[in-house]
Ligand binder design. Sequence first.
Ligand SMILES: Cc1cc2nc3c(=O)[nH]c(=O)nc-3n(C[C@H](O)[C@H](O)[C@H](O)COP(=O)(O)OP(=O)(O)OC[C@H]3O[C@@H](n4cnc5c(N)ncnc54)[C@H](O)[C@@H]3O)c2cc1C
Length: 421
Amino acid sequence: MKIVVLGAGVIGVSTAWWLSQAGHEVIVVDRATGPAQETSFANGGQISVSYAESWANPQAPLKLFKWMFKDDAPLLFRPQLDWRQWLWGAAFLRECLPGRMTNNIRPMVRLAQYSRSTLRQMRQELGIEYNQLERGILNFYRDHDEFDASQVSADVMRDFGVDRRIVSADEVIAIEPALASHRASIVGGDYTIDDESGDAHVFTVELAKQAEAAGVQFRYACQVTKILAKDGRAVGAEVIQADGQYVNIGADAVVVALGSYTPQILSPLGISCLIYPTKGYSASFPILDPEAAPTVSLTDSSHKVVYTRLGNTLRMAGTAELSGYSRDLNRIRCEAMTAQAKELFGAALDFDHVRYWSGLRPSTPSNVPLIGQTKLTNLYLNSGHGTLGWTMGVGSSRALADMISGNRPEPEFPFLGLQNS
Ligand SMILES: Cc1cc2nc3c(=O)[nH]c(=O)nc-3n(C[C@H](O)[C@H](O)[C@H](O)COP(=O)(O)OP(=O)(O)OC[C@H]3O[C@@H](n4cnc5c(N)ncnc54)[C@H](O)[C@@H]3O)c2cc1C
């Protein structure tokens, strides 16, 4: 089949790769000038199967309400005159009902586990280097209540087969000696040795090169304006090229991997999907003293931020704002991140050359991504991966390519259009 993939983020490029491996002719279209220029550009770098949890839980509504009045809150809801935001908010509250959380975590963990093993396989077979580290993810706590609550979450995750180990403060330091000077304030942690980290942008760029060599066509600087449909089927996409010309790209099937912009392209076809942007920030610091910077990927629970070593850079990422599509950098948030990084790893980092970035996580109310077939049987979705697109991306793409090729996807997951999954 000739298949057009809309979007060249980690999800679109991985989908193109797996479709080409299944023998399809693939064209990828993106408005950017290269792969992974938007949300997949500078994320937290964690392959965090052990934290494949949803934001929606019974405690979330109260926390969200309290955080509404704090400018530096980890999750901030800024009401907009946008009915999609309100619809999303209402659906999020429904997902907070007791019982929903477990239903949401189960498929995410299964997909994340499948994705991690797919990533390992790809790394071995394709030889892609992306500053990957297989040193696990360590979550450390400076507050006793949070540490106690983490033990409950760890129990839940263990029920799903995730080896999230509770560790003492001394063990935290033994796992990551770069935290040693903070021993007095750390009360404990949890650690998942099987998790890993790496640069999603570098991976996507390298995978795109290999996909191109395998015959995938990439058409960059092309704005997708609509999906072309006829007699209840997708027949291609209308795009505006860099030279300003409109062209139609014909296809036997279309995959939408446009991240936060997925709903806009689907709505003229009468397909609604609840994906809304959750804005996050990252700060990348050049490393001055490699011995004093962490190599284990860390989550600082008190500030809800992560730190990931990417070669000579320490990437810090976090915050979540439901505030629409703006990607402007809020200086207060940027400075707060720098202050936190200074407090933890002051001597190790170069604060004069920090690079700030923000990206829009394509979030569903349940955190479960939308993967599979739409009501137009040859129009497929691979979108809505929210906080975990790097963790789940290659697996969800491989599963979707299987589905499109008429094979049953491996992980148990509620794929759209597949019965009894
Ligand atoms: C601060 C932050 C930290 C994160 N940390 C982690 C982490 O540690 N681990 C993890 O697993 N995940 C993390 N994530 C989430 C992860 O980065 C995303 O889930 C993932 O990048 C989404 O990939 P995507 O391909 O769906 O979207 P994108 O990368 O945004 O790709 C969508 C593509 O569609 C293109 N596009 C959109 N509209 C059009 C159009 N009309 N025409 C043409 N092209 C169009 C865009 O140019 C873009 O290239 C983080 C996200 C953020 C913001």
